[in-house]
Ligand binder design. Structure first.
Ligand code: IMP
Ligand code: MG
Length: 191
């Protein structure tokens, strides 16, 4: 992005604004609170994209629970997945016998989610469910992991904000937006 501009200048269209996001996360939190009442719940956020969603979702849940984070990376700095999921951080909380809800910002090919699910299984939780804030309507999903709580479905477009990045930037935008084409087309030296 060019120097002296704000992040908003690079956004073509706002897909979900702050109010819509807050309202939906509140609903998801209420649903999870109801479903896990009386159970030992642990939210597991996927770094770095899922950090913002996790921090809102944990505060929207009204029952006692713990949270932890795992690290995964698959996109590198581009707008299409590299296809390889690298695990960069494991959980620290003991998950044995606990009910886990994985919190991811976006589900695209589903590869990251499948890799994280496999990683968490090794820790012997009682159950594993998934909360995805954005579920992309992609033509073919390589791996089908059931998503129990989905925030919004979106078209197969590259979006940023609310934790999601392009080349590690735009994560702090409080809304979900589509990037202007020129951002991808700018010569690398300007970034
Ligand atoms: P998957 O493994 O293909 O499902 O990709 C999931 C990961 O790719 C997400 O956790 C994001 O980090 C990244 N990703 C997928 N789609 C987008 C997007 O539209 N914007 C930004 N990051 C994305
Ligand atoms: Mg990324």
């Amino acid at each position: 992005m060019a120097k002296g501009k704000t992040l908003h200048d690079d956004i073509e269209e706002v897909v979900f604004d702050e109010k819509q996001i807050a309202a939906r996360v509140k609903e998801m939190g209420a649903e999870i609170s109801k479903d896990y009442k009386g159970k030992d719940l642990v939210l597991v956020g996927i770094l770095r994209g899922g950090l913002v969603f996790l921090s809102d979702l944990t505060r929207a849940i009204e029952i006692p629970h713990q949270f932890d984070m795992v690290g995964a990376s698959s996109y590198g700095t581009s707008t299409s997945s590299s296809g390889r999921v690298q695990i960069t951080k494991d959980v620290e909380i003991n998950l044995r016998g606990k009910h886990v809800v994985i919190c991811e910002a976006i589900n695209d090919s589903g590869r990251t989610l499948a890799a994280i699910r496999d990683l968490l299984r090794v820790h012997h939780p009682e159950s594993i469910a998934v909360a995805t804030f954005l579920y992309k309507k992609v033509k073919k999903r390589t791996t089908e992991v059931e998503v129990s709580y989905s925030g919004f479905e979106i078209d197969d477009k590259f979006v940023v904000g609310y934790g999601l990045d392009y080349a590690e930037i735009y994560r702090n935008l409080p809304y979900i937006g589509v990037l202007k084409r020129r951002v991808y087309e700018e010569p690398k030296k300007e970034k």
